[in-house]
Design a protein around this ligand. Structure first.
Ligand code: GLN
Length: 463
C-alpha cells in the first residue's frame, strides 16, 4: 500500500518533535498537515507531480509567509515575511509539504553552525561533532531522518561542506540558475540556493523545481543565457566510460587529513573501475581563494546588512537617545560577533583609500581563479574531483572562538563559488572522530557552467 502524504508528514513531524539535534527552529504541524491533505487530494485526483506530497525542510534564510524567518539572527528573531521566497513558491506549487524551518549560521556566515543565535546543531553521526555550516540544520535534518529533503544556500561552501560533514548529498548549481528572491542576502555575487537530500537522484528531482529565470532577481540567468528548464534526472544512468576526471594537486597537498585523503582516493579508484580516467591538473590560485573570498564576501555583506537598522526590519533597541544611538544599539544587540566582524572587515575594505588595495585587487584575483578552472576544462578534463573539506567534522567548541581556523577550513569550496561554477558533495566513506567514532567524508565534484546534469550523473553512478 502506498503511504499517504499525511502519514509521511506525521511520521517526520513526530521524529522532529522527539529529536534533540536543534536542527529545526520553527514548525507548524497544523499547517504542514493541511499541505499534506491538499497533496493527498492532488494524488487522488491524478494531478500530482513527482514531488507532490513529499516533505521538505527550508533553511531559515528563505523567507516564508507561514513560518518565521530568522536567518539564525537575533535581529530577525520574530520576523514574519509578507511573501514566500521564489524557491519556496516553486516547491509549494509542486505540492511539496513544508515541515518547518531549519537552523543555520547567522546570515549564513560560518562553517560549523555555531554562529546561530538559536544555538548550535548537533551532528547526528557524532554528538561531539559540528554538523558543518552554514546549512548545518539542513544537513543534520536529512542525516537524522527528520526530513527527506531540504533547501540550503552556498556562498562559499555552505551546501557542500555540511552535506559532507553529515554524510548526505548536496549540489550548488551554477551561480544565477536558482532565484535569490526571498533568500536573505549575504554576499549577492556568490549566494546560490540548492538542494540537499540522501541521494543524487533526489537532488536531481529537487533541482528540477528550483532552476529557472526569475525576473524578481536581477542576477538570475535568463533562458537566452542558458538557464533553460531541464530534466536533471535524464542522464543519471549514463555510463561513465572515458570520463576525464581532473585531480588538482592543490587539493591533495599539505593540510589534507590522512583519513579524508584515503576515502577520497578510494572513491577516485571506484570511478576508474567505472570507466573514468584520472588526469593530474593544477589550479594554481587555490590558496588565494581564502583571502579573496574573505574580502569580497564581507564587503558585500556589509552593504547587504545595512538594511537592518531597527527602522524597517526586526529588532530595535528599546532605549536610545537619538537616531544614531538607535542604529548603534540596535545593531550591537541584534548582530552576533561573527556578523559584526564581517561588517567591520567589509566596511574597511570598501572605504576610500583601501578600496583599490583590497576590494579591486580581490576582484582581479577572483577572475584569475575562474581562469584556472577554464584552463582545466578547456582541454584536460570534463570534471574535477577532490575533498570537500580538509578534515572530517571537527569537535563542537574546538574552533568557536577562532575565526581564522574556520576560514582556513573553507579552502576547497571557496574557489568554485568565486568562479560561479556548480559543485556537488556526495558521501564517500568515513574518517576518524573522537573516541573511535566515525565521521563522514564528502567527495566534491566540480563541473563547468551548466554541468549540473553531468555532476548528478556521476554522483548517481557512484552511489
Ligand atoms: N564558511 C563560509 C563563510 O563563513 C561560507 C558560508 C556560506 O557558504 N554561506 O562565509
Amino acid at each position: 500500500k502506498q503511504v499517504s502524504s499525511t502519514e509521511l508528514t506525521r511520521h517526520y513531524l513526530d521524529r522532529i518533535a522527539a529529536s534533540g539535534h536543534n536542527a529545526f527552529l520553527h514548525v507548524n504541524p497544523e499547517l504542514s498537515l493541511a499541505q499534506a491533505a491538499a497533496a493527498d487530494q492532488r494524488i487522488a485526483e491524478g494531478t500530482a507531480g513527482p514531488l507532490t506530497g513529499v516533505p521538505i525542510a527550508h533553511k531559515d534564510i528563505f523567507v516564508t509567509r507561514d513560518w518565521r524567518t530568522t536567518a539564525g539572527s537575533k535581529m530577525l528573531a520574530n520576523y514574519v515575511s509578507p511573501f514566500d521566497a521564489t524557491v519556496v513558491d516553486r516547491f509549494n506549487a509542486a505540492g511539496m509539504v513544508t515541515l518547518g524551518k531549519v537552523n543555520c549560521d547567522e546570515f549564513a556566515m560560518g562553517s560549523a553552525n555555531e554562529n546561530s543565535a538559536f544555538g548550535p546543531v548537533q551532528n547526528p553521526w557524532d554528538a561531539l561533532a559540528v554538523p558543518g555550516g552554514s546549512s548545518g540544520g539542513s544537513a543534520a535534518a536529512i542525516a537524522a531522518r527528520l526530513a527527506p529533503a531540504a533547501t540550503a544556500t552556498d556562498t562559499g561552501g555552505s551546501i557542500r561542506q555540511p552535506a559532507a560533514f553529515c554524510g548526505v548529498s548536496g549540489i550548488k548549481p551554477t551561480y544565477g540558475r536558482v532565484s535569490r528572491f526571498g533568500m536573505i542576502a549575504f554576499a549577492s555575487s556568490l549566494d546560490q540556493g540548492g538542494p540537499m537530500a540522501q541521494t543524487a537522484e533526489d537532488c536531481a528531482l529537487l533541482l528540477n523545481e528550483m532552476v529557472g529565470h526569475d525576473e524578481r532577481d536581477s542576477t538570475s540567468l535568463t533562458f537566452e543565457q542558458g538557464n533553460q528548464p531541464e530534466d536533471f534526472t535524464r542522464d543519471l544512468d549514463k555510463p561513465l566510460d572515458g570520463l576525464r576526471i581532473g585531480v588538482p594537486s592543490e587539493y591533495f597537498g599539505e593540510g589534507l587529513a590522512a583519513d579524508v585523503e584515503s576515502a577520497v582516493r578510494a572513491a577516485l579508484e571506484q570511478f576508474v573501475a567505472l570507466g573514468a580516467v584520472l588526469v593530474d591538473i593544477s589550479l594554481p590560485k587555490t590558496a588565494l581563494s581564502i583571502p579573496t573570498y574573505y574580502i569580497i564576501a564581507p564587503a558585500e555583506a556589509s552593504s547587504n546588512l545595512s538594511r537592518f537598522d531597527g527602522v524597517r526590519y526586526g529588532h530595535r533597541a528599546s532605549e536610545y537617545k537619538d537616531l544614531q544611538d538607535m542604529y548603534k544599539k540596535t545593531r550591537a544587540e541584534g548582530f552576533g560577533r561573527e556578523v559584526q566582524r564581517r561588517i567591520l572587515v567589509g566596511t574597511y575594505v570598501l572605504c576610500h583609500g583601501y578600496y583599490d588595495a583590497y576590494y579591486v585587487q580581490a576582484q582581479k584575483i577572483r577572475r584569475l581563479i575562474a581562469d584556472d578552472f577554464q584552463a582545466a576544462f578547456a582541454d584536460k578534463c570534463d570534471v574535477i574531483m577532490g575533498p570537500v573539506a580538509p578534515t572530517v567534522a571537527w569537535d563542537a567548541g574546538s574552533k568557536t572562538n577562532d575565526p581564522v581556523a574556520n576560514y582556513l577550513a573553507d579552502i576547497f569550496t571557496l574557489s568554485t563559488s568565486l568562479a560561479g561554477l556548480p559543485g556537488m558533495s556526495i558521501p564517500c566513506g568515513f574518517g576518524q572522530g573522537e573516541k573511535n567514532s566515525k565521521r563522514p567524508v564528502g567527495l566534491q565534484i566540480i563541473g563547468n557552467y551548466f554541468a549540473e546534469a553531468k555532476l548528478l550523473n556521476i554522483a548517481h553512478q557512484y552511489q
